[in-house]
Design a protein around this ligand. Sequence first.
Ligand SMILES: C[S@@+](CC[C@H](N)C(=O)[O-])C[C@H]1O[C@@H](n2cnc3c(N)ncnc32)[C@H](O)[C@@H]1O
Length: 298
Amino acid sequence: MSAITHRGLGGAAGAVETSPPPALTEVQASGLCDIMLRVSGVRIDAAKRSFLELRVGRRLQATGAADFDAYLAHLRGPSGAAERQNLAEALVTHTTSFFRERAHFDWLAQEGIDQVVASGAGRSWPLTVWSAACSTGAEMWSAAMVLDQAARSRAGGLRWAVVGTDISRRILRRAATAIFTEDEIEGLPETFRRRYLMRSRAGRRPLYRIVPELRAQARLAWANLSEPARGPALTADIAFLRNVLIYFPPSEQPMIAAGVVGRLRPGGYLVTGHAEGLSRVPEGLRQVAPTLYRKEGP
Ligand SMILES: C[S@@+](CC[C@H](N)C(=O)[O-])C[C@H]1O[C@@H](n2cnc3c(N)ncnc32)[C@H](O)[C@@H]1O
């Protein structure tokens, strides 16, 4: 299963470079990383100078700033709010794929659904899976496919919904299309492709769109994990918080997780990425497997 990135999918991140970006000094790099930390909570290593030069260099071109000092002055100035968001968009990474870290989807199909159904989900309310840093939506649709399969096979069916949130408005617009390329669906099992994708016949390269039955159960919204109070109203039974905690300083990861847990129903589950064990488990949460946590409840 290969990972994908969406750096070039429109917006300034995809702009054609006409000249190499100017060299970034240590002071400028840490200035940019400080702003990034304040805007998104995400810590970028200021030593990654060529990464910063490339990504922020595109913002220089897009804004017409003469150099990094001029760009920093604009970011720090009274009219810099919109560009601070653009900076955050330019520096986050959207790598994702269908059924990434497959074990989590196996757990969902084999145990997770049963666990939360036992507390009323799926009948009294729609069993809701939240993809809390959804990128293109591959994670959210993977969960949707598992839920739909369960709904078809369970006696009495299953009411379900999926929600995807992300800090990047650009990637959310992309996710809202529910359209994927051949490369992007690489990890998707054949049975799921046949049941849940529509293939477009137009154009030289085939494109695949998620079927309307799944799209009807999905909602996308902007949310910054660092500011849980500002996010959309939502209560989930299972939250996927995967491959995003690593971008936060370790000391802040439990606080980010706690913000997500605050929107879980009692008895609900938090799933983190395989490389993202929490150093401190937030209160009210119990670890049940290396990357799986249960919120206390019935
Ligand atoms: C590497 S992708 C992970 C996608 C998916 N969860 C997965 O595991 O495949 C990280 C995503 O987190 C989003 N992100 C980064 N910082 C965020 C924040 N503070 N709040 C919400 N989303 C954030 C990025 O925009 C990006 O789409």
